[in-house]
Design a binder for this molecule. Structure first.
Ligand code: ADP
Length: 156
């Protein structure tokens, strides 16, 4: 049987414990999970993409069926290139649902073999958002409680 490959696309600016939870649960459902950092040259990131690749790589170094890659362009095209028939996404609330519903319909229009699979967030992690972490970090407060790895200190 063909391998069941899922991509987990996102900005991951930064990758959080909420994201980690979705990946770990996804890794029990699929043969392979590819964390796909969408990289849009027009959109400026807060955490450099190279740093995120390194930290995510370290986080899953003991999970042989999880890896991290970057892509630009359409998620549906990237999925096709990787032989992935599934897109994995997390749902926290109804706001996520509205947004995710539109994206999933768009991706299905582009590739009707592509199924989007949603995992409902674990309740203890539902409040974690990359936007809030960036805001806290900007003011030099500790964000380590929200992240599954340690950030290098500023200036390192
Ligand atoms: P995007 O910019 O594409 O929304 P994000 O990096 O913000 O990318 O999120 C990637 C995916 O992870 C999305 O499906 C989002 O709903 C999900 N996600 C974000 N935070 C959490 C969380 N705390 N728990 C579960 N899923 C989450």
């Amino acid at each position: 049987m063909a391998k069941r490959i899922a991509i987990f696309p996102g900005s991951f600016d930064p990758f959080t414990k909420g994201h980690e939870d979705i990946v770990l649960r996804g890794a029990t459902m699929f043969d392979e999970v590819i964390i796909a950092i969408g990289h849009n040259s027009q959109k400026k990131r807060y955490f450099p993409i190279e740093l995120m690749i390194e930290l995510i790589g370290k986080t899953f170094e003991n999970k042989p069926n999880v890896r991290v890659e970057t892509y630009d362009g359409l998620t549906a095209t990237f999925a096709q290139e990787k032989g992935a028939n599934y897109i994995l996404r997390g749902l926290r609330n109804t706001t996520d649902f509205e947004y995710e519903n539109a994206i999933a319909q768009g991706n299905r229009f582009l590739n009707d073999e592509l199924e989007t699979v949603f995992l409902i967030t674990s309740p203890s992690l539902a409040y974690i958002s990359s936007t809030i972490i960036r805001e806290i970090h900007k003011y030099d407060k500790d964000v380590s409680a929200f992240l599954p790895y340690e950030l290098p200190s500023k200036g390192e």
